[in-house]
Design a protein around this ligand. Structure first.
Ligand code: NAD
Ligand SMILES: O=CCc1c[nH]c2ccc(O)cc12
Length: 474
């Protein structure tokens, strides 16, 4: 209500990433707003959770249809929200829609098991929803993350309160609008705005049954300590790509670019440690640098643009400081790594930088150890498979990894030894919604997408049915 909004002290200022101007102001949600959202979600859950999977699927398919019909509008909004190119934003909207369609398809398959016991007695299991779930999003895939979390949650019969990153607060609201238009009960999917305090209040609310979090490792650690409730954690990475001399070099170069420069390099699964076998290193570097230099940077709303703006000024400054640090530690800046000024004067205050390839990197360098989350590829050289595997796994993170080779036996052998949740052979950074995505080690707990996600958004109830008499010991 307007009265309550006036009482708010904390405000979020949202900037347009590609022009650097203030886009809007938002009030941070506090305890009262979250209590209200939880109450609404509980009421909605009482209706939605009792519906059959087929009934839920019908509404979700309608939401997917609306997304498709509003694809361009959502994509354009995402460009303004996040700074990524319109081409990529459209793919994000498609991924969100596909995810909702996929989990709508699974909704009617949720089932339990029947177990025969002695004397005609039996037990059965019921897969039940958890209740009201919290979704907390990062800023790199704002609309897509909201869909990747809400689709399995809703398919399993839950309600969800979603908090987008305050850096990209806009498009999750469109998703809420779309679910409402599709006919979900009021408050089944609600959005609360705010930063870490709002996130904490939401996660710690006693009526929040589960938290699904996407973000950094430090925040993920805090979220895991909020209470005894199930958590899904989709955290950061520092993923390796192993390029063997027997690979198709053209594909390996394409893969390395996909592994580093999607979404201005702000992708959790990015393969930022590119290990190249020594004998093909000069050829690989030459080609990768040539292609990187030709990436079209600038107005993300133009069809020809391949790299838009980073998400914020502080983040851009942080990424640039990593490049400077790399130089100090002895890496060669083979291209990019500088502020980029688009020719259009309207864009002069946007957060652009030229994509960067760092050569002559070693395992001890900061750029090789820490997640930069920007368009910075570190190239390292290796000699043997054993050595490459050892160095690739020498990290506390384990989100993704890639291998480029034409030797099928090597490919599977290497993948077997890579300690990462998502491994790619001769490709990188594809995320079909039918397959699970998530990390090993400190990169996370649980999975998003694929059938297994049903287990993270439901609970199993076992029911024992006695057909005889109680066999009492007393
Ligand atoms: N594994 C994945 O699927 C995946 C996907 C995207 C991004 N990421 C990771 O996310 C990071 C970048 O995103 P970011 O900068 O938005 O991360 P972040 O951890 O700073 O913030 C993520 C979300 O958590 C909220 N938050 C902050 N403090 C909180 C608290 N104490 N309690 C509850 N919520 C809190 C933020 O407001 C935001 O919505 C990178 O490390 C990246 O690798 C991972
Ligand atoms: O960061 C979010 C999940 C993700 C990881 N890698 C990719 C690649 C392409 C996407 O659309 C999303 C993601």
């Amino acid at each position: 209500s307007p009265g309550r909004l006036q009482d708010k002290k904390l405000k979020i200022t949202k900037f347009n990433c590609f022009a650097g101007r203030v886009l809007c102001h938002l009030d941070e949600c506090g305890v009262e707003d979250i209590n209200e959202a939880v109450e609404q979600a509980k009421t909605a859950f009482n209706i939605w959770g009792k519906m059959s999977g087929m009934e839920r699927a019908r509404t979700m398919i309608e939401a997917a249809r609306i997304i498709e019909s509003r694809r361009e509008e959502i994509a354009q909004m995402e460009v303004i929200n996040n700074g990524k190119s319109i081409t990529e934003a459209r793919l994000d909207v498609d991924s969100a829609r596909l995810c909702i369609e996929y989990f709508a398809g699974l909704a009617s398959t949720l089932s339990g098991q029947h177990v025969q016991l002695p004397g005609g007695s039996f037990a059965y299991t019921r897969r039940e929803p958890l209740g009201v779930c919290a979704g907390i999003g990062a800023w790199n895939y704002p609309f897509q993350i909201a869909a990747w979390k809400s689709a399995p949650a809703l398919a399993c019969g839950n309600a969800m309160i979603f908090k987008p990153s305050p850096v990209t607060p806009v498009t999750a609201v469109l998703l809420a609008e779309i679910y409402a238009q599709a006919g979900v009960p009021q408050g089944l999917f609600n959005v609360v705005q705010g930063g870490q305090e709002t996130g904490r209040i939401l996660c710690q609310h006693p009526d929040i049954a589960k938290v699904s979090f996407t973000g950094s490792v430090p925040t993920g650690k805090k979220v895991s300590l909020y209470g005894i409730k199930p958590v899904t954690l989709e955290l950061g990475g520092k993923s390796p790509v192993l390029i063997f001399s027997d690979c198709d070099l053209e594909n390996a170069v394409r893969g390395a670019l996909m592994a580093n420069f999607l979404s201005q390099g702000q992708v959790c699964s990015n393969g930022t440690r590119v290990f190249v076998q020594k004998d093909i290193l000069p050829e690989f570097v030459k080609e990768v640098v040539k292609r990187t230099k030709s990436i079209e940077i600038g107005d993300p709303l133009l069809e020809t643009t391949r790299m838009g703006a980073l998400v914020s000024r502080p983040h851009l400054d942080n990424v640039l400081s990593y490049v400077n640090q790399a130089k100090k530690e002895g890496a060669d800046v083979l291209c990019g790594g500088e502020v980029f000024l688009p020719s259009d004067p309207k864009l002069k205050d946007g957060y652009y930088m030229s994509p960067c390839v760092l050569g002559n990197c070693t395992d001890e360098m900061t750029c090789v150890k820490e997640e930069i989350f920007g368009p910075v590829m570190s190239v390292l050289s290796f000699e043997t498979e054993e050595e490459a595997l050892h160095r690739a796994n020498d990290t506390t993170l384990g989100l993704a990894a890639g291998v480029f080779t034409s030797d099928v036996r090597r490919a599977h052998r290497v993948v077997e030894h890579l300690k990462a949740g998502s491994c790619f052979i001769n490709n990188y950074n594809i995320t079909p919604v039918e397959v699970p995505f998530g990390g090993f080690k400190m990169s996370g707990i649980g999975r998003e997408n694929g059938q297994v996600t049903v287990e993270y958004y439901s609970q199993l109830k076992t029911v024992f049915v006695e057909m005889g008499d109680v066999d009492s010991l007393f």
